[in-house]
Design a protein around this ligand. Structure first.
Ligand code: TUI
Length: 312
């Protein structure tokens, strides 16, 4: 499955693993890269030293390219941006903001920069500032979400920029990959599906909650605060949405989500924690290794695309 993206990044398959906060650490990133995709370490709100350590541990497990996701709302974003430059990682993706001010630093080190965007306007702006590709992420995704769906966003971004577009949000199997390529994407980014893999270190309860989830089991909290986040519904989302409907203060709402993602990922508290997940949770049925998953995704997508070999 060669596309413009596999050539740009030097990877075998056009499949990127999302840089999920607290979830995307070195075991997962290395396994995805080793299997021919692009593994990503999610820096989230972690300090720079943690990120440096993760980069070095990934390098002990794979000599293939991998990336780091810099979450731009992090209080450590500036120092993490420096560390990824110093460590010369192959690829940087960014989320939840505009990475313009770091672009020169990263480009000067020959790092491929791939901002995650949720609008045509930001995609165009990123291309002008030197982005090598963009991830167009629809609101079917887990975590911090934008307004547009993947189906609507991807072809509009593909028409607006000439760098390769990577589709994200709502892609969970080979059908999703084939569809994304038909929409004009040159690759996909998948998060939720990689949560339920053998190499992913999240608590078993988290994986089980994703496996048991049905199509309508996600909720978006925080629309009123300007930080909408998609998670699986539980006690936390119920309380949050009740409070939000009553017009609760930012402090009250933040109290519910403080440390909630760590609680779910590490302690396995999937009742009161934040179980970030995309809408495709309903089609995640079994745990596989990253290699098994990627091989099966590619096989399925490739056979669907057989009669339509115009996606490269
Ligand atoms: O970043 C994501 N998804 C995320 S970040 C995250 S960490 C977090 N943890 C707790 C609470 C809130 C967040 C979890 N999931 N996806 C990429 C993405 N970026 N989607 C939308 C955007 C985005 C939004 C606004 C990009 C840029 C933007 O504004 C750009 C500007 O002009 O400032």
């Amino acid at each position: 499955m060669r596309t413009e993206l596999t050539g740009l990044l030097g990877i075998k398959y056009p499949i990127i693993q999302g840089g999920m906060a607290w979830v995307a650490e070195y075991h997962l990133a290395a396994a995805v890269s080793q299997a021919g995709g692009l593994g990503i370490i999610g820096a989230a709100n972690a300090p720079a030293q943690w990120v440096r350590d993760q980069i070095r541990k990934t390098r002990e497990l794979t000599d293939k390219p991998f990336g780091v996701n810099v979450m731009l709302m992090s209080p450590y974003a500036e120092e993490v941006a420096q560390v990824v430059a110093e460590e010369n990682v192959a690829v940087v993706t960014t989320g939840a903001g505009n990475p313009e001010k770091y672009m020169e630093l990263w480009k000067s080190r020959n790092i491929k920069v791939i901002p995650v965007v949720a609008s045509v306007a930001l995609a165009k702006r990123m291309e002008r500032s030197g982005a090598d590709a963009v991830v167009a992420e629809g609101c079917e995704s887990g975590g911090h979400v934008g307004e547009s769906t993947t189906m609507a966003l991807v072809p509009q971004v593909a028409d607006a920029v000439s760098v390769p577009v990577i589709a994200a949000g709502g892609i969970g199997d080979g059908r999703g990959i084939a569809a994304a390529l038909m929409l004009g994407a040159k690759g996909v980014q998948m998060g939720t599906r990689f949560v339920v893999t053998k190499e992913c270190q999240v608590h078993e309860n988290y994986k089980e909650k994703v496996i048991k989830a049905k199509d309508i089991d996600t909720r978006v909290t925080g629309r009123s605060t300007g930080h909408p986040v998609r998670t699986l519904r539980n006690e936390m989302t119920k309380k949050y949405l009740e409070l939000e409907n009553k017009g609760a203060s930012l402090e009250e709402l933040e109290y519910l989500t403080l440390g909630a993602l760590r609680k779910a990922v590490q302690e396995g508290d999937v009742k009161n924690g934040s179980v970030m997940s995309g809408q495709i949770a309903g089609l995640v049925k079994e745990e596989m290794t990253c290699q098994e998953l990627i091989e099966s995704l590619v096989k399925e997508a490739d056979s669907l695309l057989m009669g339509a070999k115009n996606y490269a």
